[in-house]
Design a binder for this molecule. Structure first.
Ligand code: AMP
Length: 183
């Protein structure tokens, strides 16, 4: 199977071609149609298996252009490093798509992130605690979230993020699609 066999569009295929990625990894192949169907998904995949593209390919395939301020996609991850990495991967894949992506994480000044979110975003990649602080400050509202990705969900629960995650879950619509990845 090649990426041509998935129901992708030209902007995504062109980005994959630039990256010289020809074949989907097994998790990418398996996750694509399930995520496209709108069902909740739990994927088991280690780092290095291409799991970021496994969820971002169908999400970007389905995302329509919008100028609305409130983000529609939320990706929660356990660490700052992972936020940076996931944002970079999304930017590569979205090279030919007009989509706004912001990464937010703790341990750095909150004001720049606050300003970023006020601009309006389509996709937010976040560690849960910092995201919650930004919601409390009214930098962002989560009521338009349609898809929630929790990456490394096993680590997220281990590290005692559960309380912070629950706070976020209370703020996002119940009828969202849930996409979870665990190692
Ligand atoms: P991840 O598991 O998401 O951390 O991805 C691991 C690395 O593999 C990243 O550098 C990706 O850019 C790369 N990658 C993802 N999908 C593919 C693919 N289908 N073919 C080759 N490399 C890929």
């Amino acid at each position: 199977m090649t990426f041509q066999d998935l129901n992708l569009n030209t902007p995504l295929l062109n980005a994959l071609e630039d990256l010289k990625f020809e074949t989907p990894t097994p998790i990418q192949e398996q996750a694509f149609s399930t995520i496209m169907s709108g069902k909740d998904v739990v994927g088991i995949a280690q780092t290095g298996t291409g799991k970021t593209f496994a969820y971002m390919l169908p999400i970007l395939r389905m995302l329509k252009y919008s100028e609305q301020k409130n983000p529609r996609i939320l990706v929660m991850v356990p660490t700052r490093e992972l936020v940076v990495q996931v944002v970079e991967e999304i930017e590569k894949l979205a090279a030919y798509i007009n989509v706004r992506v912001a990464g937010v994480y703790g341990g750095v000044n909150i004001n720049t992130q606050h300003q970023d979110l006020l601009q309006g975003q389509d996709i937010i990649v976040a560690t849960p605690g910092r995201l919650y602080d930004l919601v409390i400050r009214r930098a962002v509202q989560l009521k338009s979230i349609q898809k929630l990705v929790i990456d490394e969900v096993d680590v997220m629960l281990d590290l005692g993020f559960r309380f912070q995650i629950n706070n976020i879950l209370e703020l996002i619509p119940d009828n969202r699609q849930n996409i979870m990845f665990s190692a």
